[in-house]
Write a protein that binds this ligand. Structure first.
Ligand code: GLA
Ligand code: ZN
Length: 664
């Protein structure tokens, strides 16, 4: 069912069936179109091995169907029941210290345990047989927020088998990992440990790949059981967590039809530049629209201070998610259970069964989603700017930060923010993607290179693209070994420079040129020009440690029909902003200037009509300048060109008036 969906996670198994009708009535009044059911309901669905009790779920779906509400079903495998882990103790994961983890806090399973796979397949198959072709079930979610790493003997043996498959011979592995170092040379696969704490960088990177592979296998096992029973219109997703770095999200998304994620602000209030990056990240997993399948109704229960979002803040957040490509928003969760670990979490309905104050805001959002669903659905974000994200590079840096404050995601956001604040649509993409159609590509700290990446980047610049290379680029191969060249490796030809030395900075140092006078902190690289004729130094270091004094810090080099910038220093925010502005001037990308708290994002409909989402993310009134006549589809109001006043947390969904005729 293609529409802009609105709803929540609902756990009917926590309540007597007599109550359900009232819940569904309240859902209807909040304009729900979808609920997510059954993730975590394993003990209610299969109270003992092979004994399936699906009637209650069938009944709940039937009642929802009567109210016209659609259903997403979760496989309940994130909550293996007590009988399962007692009968098959090896389904419980083992932690780094070698202890079996405790039952009852979710995700307590070993992702590779054969009995876990068997049980997961059985429940997924049984659910798919019963509900796979149910006309009200539009999608499935496998498991919930994969996250745990298991260190049991079985996983250990599986890891060794994985390495054997990846490397073929021990000679190859020993060479790639330089195991002669500290006498790590392996003469038997069984000698290779699971890395606990710091270890050989090659081993550590391979282990992350193994964790990715483990979840992929676990997910595939369930997909194999589900898919034969699902009509082609029914999708399968998994709810990912933000910037969680435990596995490669591109690989896990590859086997799914739809990407979705769980957005929690926790303490404080949302920052639209930070959350915008997370939405764009998830949109990049499948390079298409996504579902915001969980988000917080007011407050959470697991943070330091579980403060509530301000009144109307959640509405701004909802439209912000849609503006970045969400086609659905579901709150977690509908009603507070009377017991269980999450009693204090925000919900729409409280423990007494009555709507909480937040319910009213949800009702408003639901009504608005319903009003503009036809206008919005089918539209997509069409970015000409991309930022490359690479889990391998991130892990390689996280294993050896060299400066404890060096954070890969923060550095990526350091590039995202000055672009996003100018209201440019940005794709956050896997570093392995081809780069056709982009004008500007930023590759923050792309430390791990391979032939394909180099070729994509080369082709992009050759065709006229603007490429930004940064510090910590092109130093490693996919085994986390140093390349036997100076950074940025084979990209030096494009960049017109090489890195002579890297410096982890204890204190900020001066850096500047005609464009800006600022500072570098955390990291500075001394660039050496390779003698290409048009390489230009844009900024140099000032007096600092002697080694860096007066050396090139930011350089631009023409290559093919394009340009390559190399930024060797972590610049202060102001200088970074100035540099980004300058880079944009060298493109035809047109920023939409607004006050920093106001966001304008565009989704383009298949008929070419552009939808402008204008959002005031602050508690202060803001003003933006409208360049054209516009209609706000949330209120029906029309605006002439000129100043548009936005009250605190205001949202407008505008189309230009001259476009109206385009649409039937
Ligand atoms: C996660 C889980 C949900 C719930 C929320 C609470 O995202 O997926 O089941 O526990 O956190 O914030
Ligand atoms: Zn295990």
């Amino acid at each position: 069912m293609q529409r802009l969906h609105f709803g929540a996670a609902w756990y009917p198994e926590h309540w007597p069936p007599q109550r359900w009708a009232e819940d569904i009535r309240l859902m209807k009044e909040a304009h729900f179109t979808v609920v997510r059911l059954a993730e975590f309901a394993w003990s209610s669905l299969e109270p003992s091995e092979g004994d399936f009790r699906f009637d209650w779920l069938e009944q709940a779906i039937a009642q929802l169907a009567e109210a016209g509400i659609w259903v997403v079903l979760g496989t309940p495998t994130a909550a293996p029941p007590a009988w399962l882990v007692t009968q098959y103790p090896e389904t419980l994961a083992v932690d780094e210290q070698g202890r079996r983890v405790q039952f009852g806090n979710r995700c307590h399973y070993c992702v590779n345990a054969p009995e876990m796979h068997r049980a997961a397949r059985r429940i997924a198959r049984a659910m798919a047989e019963r509900f796979g072709s149910h006309p009200r079930v539009i999608g499935w979610q496998v498991d919930n927020e994969y996250n745990r790493v298991c260190y049991c003997d079985h996983c250990h043996a599986q890891f060794q088998a994985f390495l054997q498959q990846e490397y073929g011979t021990l000679d190859e592995l020993n060479a790639r990992w330089t195991t002669a170092y500290w006498s790590q040379t392996y003469s038997d696969w069984k000698q290779i440990p699971l890395p606990i704490g710091p270890h050989n960088p090659g081993l550590m990177l391979a282990f992350r790949r193994f964790v990715t592979r483990s979840y992929r296998n676990f997910q595939r096992a369930q997909l194999e059981e589900l898919r034969p029973h699902l009509p082609s219109s029914v999708w399968v997703t998994h709810n990912f967590m933000n910037w969680f770095g435990g596995f490669d999200h591109y690989e896990l998304s590859y086997d799914l039809d739809l990407a979705s994620w769980d957005w929690y602000v926790a303490t404080g209030h949302h920052d639209h530049l930070t959350s915008g990056a997370a939405h764009d990240l998830v949109r990049g997993y499948k390079r298409k629209n996504f579902w915001l399948i969980e988000t917080q109704p007011g407050h959470v229960n697991w943070s330091q201070t579980n403060n509530a979002l301000n009144k109307m803040e959640a509405r701004a957040m909802a439209w912000h998610a849609v503006a970045h490509g969400a086609d659905a928003l579901l709150y977690w969760q509908w009603r507070s259970a009377l017991n269980g670990q999450e009693q204090y979490h925000g919900t729409l309905i409280d423990q007494s069964g009555q709507p909480r104050p937040f319910y009213e805001e949800a009702q408003l959002i639901g009504a608005e989603f319903a009003r503009v669903s036809d206008l919005v659905i089918g539209s997509t974000v069409q970015a000409r700017t991309a930022i490359l994200n690479c889990y391998e590079s991130r892990w390689a840096i996280e294993f050896q930060r060299h400066n404890s404050a060096f954070d890969y995601v923060a550095y990526l956001e350091h590039w995202y923010r000055p672009l996003s604040v100018r209201n440019l649509e940005i794709d956050l993409l896997s570093a392995d993607e081809a780069l056709d159609g982009y004008q500007l590509v930023i590759a923050p700290a792309l430390i791990v290179l391979d032939e394909q990446r180099i070729e994509h980047l080369r082709a992009f610049v050759q065709r006229g693209g603007r490429l930004v290379l940064t510090l910590r680029t092109g130093m490693k191969d996919r085994h986390n070994a140093m390349l036997p060249s100076r950074p940025p490796g084979a990209l030096a030809e494009l960049a017109g420079v090489e890195v002579e030395e890297y410096y982890s900075l204890q204190h900020p140092i001066p850096v500047g040129g005609k464009l800006f006078q600022g500072t570098a902190s955390l990291w500075a690289e001394r660039l050496r020009l390779l003698g290409q004729p048009f390489t230009t130094v844009m900024a140099r270091y000032g007096a600092s440690n002697g080694w860096l004094d007066d050396q090139p810090a930011v350089v631009v080099n023409p290559y093919g029909s394009g340009f390559v910038y190399t930024v060797g220093a972590w610049l202060d925010e102001r200088s970074q902003d100035t540099l980004v502005r300058q880079i944009l001037l060298n493109t035809s990308l047109k920023p939409f200037e607004t006050p920093p708290a106001v966001e304008v994002r565009v989704r383009v409909r298949p008929d070419g009509r552009r939808l402008y989402f204008v959002i005031n993310h602050s508690r202060q009134e803001q003003t933006v300048t409208l360049p054209w006549d516009a209609t706000d589809h949330l209120t029906g109001q029309s605006f002439a060109p000129g100043a548009l006043t936005l009250y605190p947390y205001a949202v407008a969904l505008l189309t230009r008036q001259e476009d109206v005729s385009v649409v039937g």
